[in-house]
Design a protein around this ligand. Structure first.
Ligand code: DGL
Length: 256
């Protein structure tokens, strides 16, 4: 394994770009290979077995594309279903997953009222239950599934009327009842402005990308695999629609 090998970043679509932004901030001199599986998105309403199979197939495609030293699963849904299988399948790789930032929420709002908005798959998996029970003694935690939101964000509709209407349907029951909302799906940070508009500006929105980036850097440093440049960003997508690549770069550049 070489220091110059890529850090692969995987998501079901364009959502993981919100994590790539944090990774780039933490490690601007690394070589990143981003792969979005938009042809098969959304993952979040599919049966668990299907998500697992799609994730494993996508990672095989990434491995065929370039040499990689680390794999960041920048998708809460894929992490919840497939992270154990990935660690077993690729023991030679540093494999990092993402999980809803409940710890950050509980640390900042002890005894607080916290919502976790995520896909149906993430919220029903055992991994989430384990996370929930680490914090639900101190805080009141509401699970908020958000079917329909990912396809809109995949189309770039982050604050269109259609998106605002859906957000009202999902979040109006929680208005005035939350201190923080955990964005437990990597697509959702792109709609943060609309979410705040619907839920109220005083509700803190928390995402897991920063923690994932710090952990990736820590693991690479520990293995003496940090690269000193020149950095590179390669973005690939399973969909033949060039709009998804354009949208990915646009979202990435908005964060820099
Ligand atoms: N971005 C993914 C996540 O973090 C899910 C999107 C999907 O449903 O495909 O959970």
């Amino acid at each position: 394994m070489e220091k110059s090998d890529y850090i692969a970043v995987f998501d079901s679509g364009v959502g993981g770009i919100s994590v790539l932004r944090h990774l780039l901030q933490a490690m601007p001199r690394e070589r990143f290979l981003y792969y979005g599986d938009s042809a098969n998105a959304p993952y979040g309403s599919r049966p668990t077995e299907e998500v697992r199979a799609l994730t494993l197939a996508a990672i095989r495609r990434i491995r065929a594309e370039a040499p990689i030293k680390a794999l960041v699963v920048a998708c809460n849904t894929a992490t919840a279903t497939a992270i154990t299988d990935l660690r077993e399948a690729y023991p030679e790789l540093i494999v990092i997953g993402i999980e809803p930032a409940l710890k950050v929420a509980a640390d900042h709002f002890p005894g607080g009222r916290i919502g976790v908005m995520a896909t149906e798959v993430t919220l029903r998996e055992e991994k989430f239950d384990i996370l929930l029970h680490r914090f639900d003694a101190g805080c009141t935690i509401a699970k908020i599934p958000a079917p329909g939101l990912v396809p809109l964000i995949e189309q770039g509709k982050v604050d269109d009327a259609e998106t605002i209407t859906l957000l009202h349907r999902l979040l109006d029951p929680y208005r005035g009842k939350l201190d923080a909302l955990v964005l437990g799906c990597t697509h959702f940070p792109f709609a943060a402005k609309a979410i705040s508009q619907v839920l109220g500006e005083d509700v803190a929105l928390l995402e897991g990308g920063g923690g994932t980036a710090r952990e990736t850097r820590r693991r690479l440093a520990e293995a003496d695999l940090l690269y000193d440049g020149p950095g590179e960003i390669r973005i690939r997508n399973s969909s033949p629609d060039p709009e998804l690549i354009r949208l990915s770069y646009e979202r990435l550049n908005q964060g820099r």
